[in-house]
Write a protein that binds this ligand. Structure first.
Ligand code: SF4
Length: 498
């Protein structure tokens, strides 16, 4: 059985049961209007992709440039409240991507670009220290439940192929990976890596149904001396592996030299390239330096080469950036990379709050999303400190849903503010149950309310324990409302009479 075949009971080839009812996806699209598509019990792209199998290039960009509107484009158009033709033209131009490997059958397609709603990514995956398929699936479910639009499996520990397959099979959202993490597991030292091994791993993961891969093609031998004066050097895991390899062999990055070989794999599976920022700054002092921008320029050149072959591309960005420089980073990426979607990792706007980096980075992510970044990679409270557990994933996802939604409101995305207005009306009406239901994290909102006022009676009370019944400003407003009601009509009448 291939990785994508599911039997009629909802079991896949690996014996995992994927219960659609476990997955509830909160985002602006889901709440206003609630989308029936997402909640469809049985969902399979098999009928959509079957006619494409065996074709030389099955990428969404390839079809878009031929003038064809695929089912995936229609699906995205409905979720984004855009026309299918607009989605097609955005994909054809490279400004939007739909990461959708033809072997990821359970995928509900997601559009990522400057003209879609801002999306968030949650990283999951084991490390060499902890390894467990069920735990990773729990993290996936929790991340998707609270609104992750994509998930990256960053596993580096044992059972790596099994975990990835289970995640792809279970996931309704696009799955990304960093293939060099697996490649390096297969050798004793990073310098023992070979180009063939790396390409073999990339192709294997593409076959499994991975939708996008982070590949550090833009870290070049000539860039390495540019990092010499940094405080934290090269902090990207993939970037440092490539750098160490090039330093030992005095050779150019094989992913750069054999970029066309990579494009061939992408075309066969519609694997989207996420061109990694291997030289991203790891602290505020290193932001916007020569190394970062030299790599960005190379990524812009590679974007054009990928587009020549109709391969979908997004560009990864920093990292750690002072707040006042975040928008500049986005503007420069859009210019240097010709409008390819920008996928930012945070950025953290200060280095001094380990334990709270979901907050330091969500502040930067909001600035980035407002400036035009398309996908925000979450950061959990454990960043710099340890491997996130399920609760950390939850905290990170919510922090980033807030950042993405705040950006959508700031950018006037269709329907984005309606969600806020509806919750505000429920709040003012003391409709506590509706307020909880509309909250980004309903369980937490209700638990916090009920901590002090648990009785059912208080679900319609005109106050909460924050100010108490006497000082509840919204309750006192009823008096003001009454005054306005008594006075406003008279004034209107007087005016009319005059
Ligand atoms: S008591 Fe204060 S916090 Fe609570 S509902 Fe009234 S105004 Fe809002």
């Amino acid at each position: 059985m291939s990785c994508c075949e599911h039997d009629s009971n909802g079991h896949n080839g690996n014996g995992h049961h994927h219960d659609e009812h476990d997955i509830h996806h909160y985002d602006t699209n889901e709440v206003f209007p609630r989308q029936s598509l997402w909640h469809k019990e049985v969902f399979s792209r098999e009928a959509w992709v079957a006619p494409r199998r065996g074709q030389k290039n099955v990428s969404q960009m390839h079809y878009a440039r031929k003038g064809l509107i695929t089912e995936e484009m229609k699906f995205v158009a409905e979720r984004e409240q855009l026309t299918p033709e607009f989605v097609r033209s955005e994909i054809a131009s490279g400004r939007m991507i739909i990461p959708a490997n033809i072997n990821h059958i359970s995928l509900r397609p997601t559009g990522i670009g400057i003209n879609t709603k801002c999306k968030i990514n949650a990283n999951i995956g084991n490390s060499a220290v902890t390894s467990n398929v069920a735990k990773e699936l729990d993290k996936l479910k929790r991340a998707v439940k609270f609104g992750a639009d994509t998930c990256m499996d960053l596993s580096t520990g044992g059972s790596i192929n099994e975990i990835r397959q289970a995640i792809v099979d279970a996931s309704p959202v696009p799955i990304g990976t960093v293939p060099i993490y697996q490649a390096v597991q297969k050798v004793a030292k990073p310098e023992d890596l070979t180009a063939d091994l790396l390409f073999e791993v990339i192709e294997y993961q593409a076959k499994q149904g991975v939708d996008y891969v982070t590949v550090h093609c833009g870290v070049l031998l000539q860039h390495l001396p540019l990092t010499a004066k940094r405080i934290t050097g090269i902090v990207s895991r993939g970037g440092s592996i490539h750098a160490a390899w090039m330093a030992v062999h005095h050779k150019q990055n094989p992913l750069y030299e054999q970029f066309d070989r990579l494009l061939e794999i992408c075309k066969r599976y519609d694997l989207t390239l996420s061109l990694g920022d291997g030289l991203r700054p790891g602290c505020l002092a290193d932001a916007n330096d020569e190394a970062q921008f030299a790599e960005l320029k190379t990524l812009g050149e590679l974007t054009l080469r990928a587009w020549e072959q109709d391969v979908q591309v997004m560009i990864e960005g920093p990292g750690h950036v002072p707040f006042h420089l975040v928008a500049y980073n986005v503007e420069r990426q859009i210019k240097e990379c010709h409008g390819a979607p920008f996928y930012v990792l945070g950025p953290l706007v200060t280095d001094v709050a380990p334990g709270y980096d979901h907050i330091t980075s969500a502040i930067g992510a909001t600035a980035a999303g407002t400036a035009g970044a398309a996908l925000l990679c979450y950061v959990t409270p454990k960043e710099h400190l340890g491997l996130p557990n399920e609760d950390d994933v939850h905290q990170g996802v919510i922090a980033y849903k807030i950042a993405a939604h705040a950006s959508d409101v700031a950018r006037n995305r269709p329907g984005a503010r309606d969600w806020d207005d509806e919750l505000s009306r429920a709040r003012y009406a003391f409709d506590w149950k509706k307020q909880f239901a509309l909250a980004m994290d309903p369980e937490t909102a209700q638990a916090m309310h009920d901590e002090t006022l648990p009785a059912e009676y208080f679900k319609s009370a005109e106050f909460c324990s924050m100010c108490g019944p006497k000082f509840c400003s919204m309750h006192l407003n009823r008096v003001v409302e009454q005054y306005n009601a008594e006075n406003a009509p008279k004034e209107t009448l007087t005016t009319t009479a005059k």
